[in-house]
Design a protein around this ligand. Structure first.
Ligand code: DOR
Ligand code: ZN
Ligand code: ZN
Length: 398
């Protein structure tokens, strides 16, 4: 698809200027001032911000198996509404994504839909049994795999995790860790995260594997990550919008890891400012009202992530918008080896049109996601997604 976007405030991780952007055959072809093209679809955005679309390093689409909570179509539509064109999906589906069959199913359904690009994680241990990693061998030449994860559960056995890291290193896969020491779950959720974070960093140091810590929420876990980086460990981490926007004393919404204290939030913000955080991951976790009542942890996140992060990080003066673009586009794209994330010639023509001055009131009734589970209901944030364009095609218009 070819499309010329005129009069845009073009922003990515290292650019910020008023100009035009031309996408040809689905890829960014030209960017500059006063670009003229004949016979192409032209849209004048009248000074609105155009950024690379967002990439989510962490989401749950519940397909196959729990499609009453979400399916690949509704999850993708939610992603597009939130300005996302790429998502990394976790494997806690039914069946669990430990086989080629499940991987094929997700990838085929996603490409038939043609909405967002999906990276489906294969689980570290087969069917989350915590012990078996032989299935990973069957994926060794599968170019679709960039990352493996036992998100939702975690890998309790340290030796198994070490062996999995060795396999991941050999294949240049990222190990995405849900850090939770089960012995402490329900007893001390802070210790549960901290201990496992320390263990995984230690194992990554020994094995040289590329480790990505999911949804980091405590000050101590973040400190271990910073220390690990200083020590040369190949570790990156993500922070969720909810762990930077909420504190336990005000809104203790059930999610795993839990909403933390003010001190933790302040430390996460400092880590973001100092460049210790690699990306924003939503941990989009749709549940029905009934399942939430029964205690299911998690919240939907794709449709609220940008306004929350823009308000809490940029409006509140923690970082500049270019840095936010790095956290929401460039770095997660790099993690998942997607040809996206910057306004650079040759990259996928995936951009989002934003009205940064527009206040949005969160209303779950308007969500495209089947999940309405959000602690942000009724809250107001700045930054509305007006349009999401993927490979030069307008796939969402607000
Ligand atoms: O809150 C959470 N929800 N944390 C997880 O680790 C899993 C997720 C889910 O799948 O619902
Ligand atoms: Zn998790
Ligand atoms: Zn998750």
């Amino acid at each position: 698809m070819n499309i010329l976007i005129k009069n845009a405030h073009l922003i990515d991780c290292n650019q910020n200027f008023i100009g035009d952007l031309y996408i040809e055959n689905g890829k960014i072809k030209e960017l500059g001032i006063d670009i003229e093209k004949e016979d192409v679809k032209t849209i004048d955005v009248n000074g609105l911000v155009v950024m690379p679309s967002f990439i989510d390093s962490h989401a749950h689409f519940r397909d196959p198996g729990f499609t009453y909570k979400e399916d690949i179509e509704t999850g993708s539509l939610a992603a597009l509404k939130g300005g996302y064109t790429g998502v990394c999906l976790m494997g806690n589906t039914k069946p669990i994504c430990s086989s080629k069959e499940v991987l094929d199913y997700v990838n085929e359904k996603a490409s038939e839909l043609g909405l967002v690009d999906i990276h489906q994680c294969v689980t570290i241990t087969k069917n989350f049994d915590g012990q078996t990693i032989e299935h990973l061998e069957s994926f060794e030449n599968d170019k679709r795999i960039k990352a493996i994860s036992d998100d939702g559960v975690g890998v309790a056995d340290s030796k198994i995790m070490m062996d999995a890291m060795k396999i991941a290193k050999k294949n240049d896969w990222v190990v995405m860790s849900h850090a939770e020491t089960k012995e402490f779950s329900g007893v001390d959720m802070r210790l549960a995260e901290n201990m496992m974070t320390w263990r995984d960093i230690t194992l990554a140091k020994v094995t040289g594997a590329k480790l990505h810590m999911c949804h980091v929420s405590t000050k101590e876990a973040m400190k271990y990550i910073i220390d690990g980086k200083c020590d040369g460990v190949n570790v990156t981490c993500e922070v969720t919008p909810h762990h930077i926007a909420l504190t336990k004393d005000i809104n203790d919404y059930r999610v795993n890891p839990p909403i933390r204290e003010r001190e933790d939030v302040d430390f996460l913000l400092k880590a973001i400012k100092h460049g210790d955080v690699y990306c924003i991951g939503t941990d989009h976790a749709p549940h029905t009202e009934e399942d939430k009542k029964k205690g299911a942890p998690g919240m939907v996140g794709l449709e609220t992530a940008f306004p929350i992060c823009y308000t809490k990080l940029v409006k509140d003066g923690v970082i500049r918008i270019n840095k936010l673009s790095e956290l929401m586009s460039k770095n997660p794209a790099e993690l998942l080896k997607m040809n996206k994330g910057m306004l650079s010639i040759g990259m996928d023509g995936d951009v989002v049109v934003l009205d940064l001055n527009k206040k949005v009131k969160i209303n779950s009734e308007n969500f495209k996601s089947k999940g309405k589970n959000t602690p942000f209901e009724g809250m107001e944030f700045f930054g509305e997604v007006k349009m999401t364009i993927k490979n030069g095609e307008i796939l969402y218009k607000g």
